[in-house]
Design a protein around this ligand. Structure first.
Ligand code: ADP
Length: 494
């Protein structure tokens, strides 16, 4: 993804995230407040209804007392008392501090006795009134309320709470008192919080987006710096490193990249060294062949002795070149990862076979070759590659051991591995050369001087083979006493 499009995506994601979080919090707050106010409105309606009922009870009692005092009895007294009640109610209700509500009083036939305002005669209200009269229980209904979120965009509408309370009228007859409460103060509270809440929500969203953008741009800036630094490192100039400052994840990335550059640098240096060494090694036999060709041209025709000498030398040098190119190819194959067979074979039998071949090859040197004590040691692996390993080690041991010395091979099991030990009583390797004997083209000064003739590739090939088989190799040596190479290889499931 391009950086600019990454920025746009991050911007969109942060806006969406802020909207979700802040919007969610604002909506929840609104719902909690609005629901609370709705409950407050209902409670106020109930409270007003019971106060109104108590007021009415007092008025009915005093009206009855008055008509009795006037000497009225029976239905006449009841009617007079009811009229008195209707006439005293308006003042009594306003005295009781119930200006937030309107009232309507109905007799036992649900005929209107008195009302402080227009009376709603909707079907549901008529039904609830009847129910309250018949059951003697208070009925409550809420009318014309908006839904939970309506107050978010327009003015809040909590709806009117109507309480139909059954009451006793003069002469012990039943009636119903309607108390209608319109929750204007509660609605005003909801309307009052809407605007500041919206402003706060927008401000919170903006701050959130800003903070997220700033931190993301900061991170992108760090990545960009890293990219610029990486761009400035040219392919061929691997000695430069990315800046590592601070202690962030970006610094860790820079450290990892520096590690990668260092590994590439080491590899490229090793390759350059390898090419230089290989060309140097090839140059010697080529120079030899050219020299002898000139001799052959100048004197070969006249002097058969010179001719034979030159032909022998050319043959020797070309064989040397063939050996070198074969070694280089082996190394290349081992580096590219060998295709390994997986076969069950007897390691000790293989060792004995190689020892016999070395003994006949180095017969002139009068070296004593010793084999493994045990009869057989079975393992699973590639016998050809194991043979290569044994051959290289035996070859070196025989090469660097003076006449009359001895070369011995021991094998043993160690947990899931087999250990192959090749020891000689030869010249030994100087301590400072030990870490380098597995390097390509490495030959110790002593072996160069003695003209033993290797290219310094045998142990490098050996290490590649051993590693590709999942094993490892160690060497220990003492000057004048001898050298021991120990190879560990996985035994495999025998
Ligand atoms: P070469 O073809 O020169 O033997 P190797 O890679 O096999 O190359 O060995 C690298 C160098 O390690 C040799 O030149 C020699 O100096 C030293 N070396 C290897 N094996 C022995 C040994 N058994 N005893 C003494 N020196 C050894």
């Amino acid at each position: 993804m391009r950086r600019s499009s990454l920025r746009t995506t991050l911007l969109l994601v942060s806006v969406l995230f802020a909207m979700l979080v802040v919007g969610g919090i604002a909506l929840t707050t609104y719902v909690i407040v609005s629901d609370g106010m709705r409950q407050v409105a209902v409670d106020t309606g109930s409270r007003l209804a019971s106060t109104a009922e108590a007021v009415l009870r007092d008025i009915v009692a005093s009206a009855e007392a008055e008509t009795t005092a006037r000497g009225l009895t029976g239905e006449v007294a009841d009617e007079a008392a009811l009229r008195l009640v209707a006439s005293r109610l308006p003042e009594a209700m306003s005295h009781a501090g119930m200006s937030e509500a309107t009232f309507a009083l109905f007799d036992r036939n649900l005929e209107l006795v008195w009302a402080s305002d227009t009376v709603v005669m909707s079907q549901s209200q008529v039904r609830d009134r009847k129910l309250a009269l018949a059951s003697g229980l208070q009925k409550q209904s809420i009318g014309q309320a908006g839904d939970l979120f309506s107050g978010l965009l327009t003015d809040a509408k909590l709806g009117t709470t109507v309480n139909h309370t059954p009451v006793s009228l003069p002469g012990n007859s039943k009636g119903v008192l309607d108390v209608v409460h319109t929750p204007t103060s509660e609605e005003r509270i909801i309307d009052a919080i809407r605007q500041p809440m919206a402003v706060l929500a927008i401000a919170a969203m903006a701050i959130m987006v800003l903070l997220m953008q700033t931190s993301m741009l900061w991170v992108l800036g760090l990545v960009d710096n890293l990219r610029k630094a990486a761009d400035s490192i040219e392919a061929g100039r691997l000695d430069e490193r990315l800046p590592v400052t601070g202690n962030s994840e970006i610094t860790d990335l820079a450290r990892s990249l520096n590690g990668l550059i260092e590994r590439l640098q080491r590899r490229s240096e090793a390759q350059a060294r390898f090419v230089a060494d290989a060309s140097h090694e090839l140059a010697t036999p080529v120079a030899g062949i050219r020299g002898y060709t000139s001799i052959l041209r100048a004197w070969g025709a006249d002097d058969p002795k010179v001719r034979d000498e030159a032909v022998d030398a050319i043959d020797r040098e070309s064989r040397r070149m063939a050996r070198l190119t074969a070694d280089l190819l082996n190394l290349l194959h081992a580096d590219q990862g060998l295709v390994l067979r997986s076969e069950r074979f007897d390691l000790n039998a293989l060792v004995r076979e190689r020892l016999a071949s070395s003994a006949s090859r180095w017969m002139d040197k009068d070296i004593e070759f010793e084999g493994p004590e045990e009869d057989s040691l079975l393992m699973v692996g590639d016998p050809d590659r194991v043979e290569d390993i044994i051959s290289i080690l035996l070859d070196n041991a025989s090469k660097y051991t003076p006449p009359g010395g001895s070369v011995s091979v021991h094998t043993r099991r160690k947990r899931d591995n087999v250990l192959l030990e090749v020891a000689d009583t030869g010249q030994g390797i100087p301590a400072e050369d030990l870490p380098r004997v597995f390097d390509r083209f490495f030959r110790s000064e002593a072996s160069r001087a003695a003209g033993e003739g290797g290219f310094g590739l045998g142990l490098a090939i050996l290490r590649s083979i051993v590693e590709s088989m999942g094993g490892d190799i160690h060497v220990s040596s003492a000057i004048g006493e001898g050298t021991v190479f120990t190879v560990r290889l996985p035994k495999g499931r025998v």
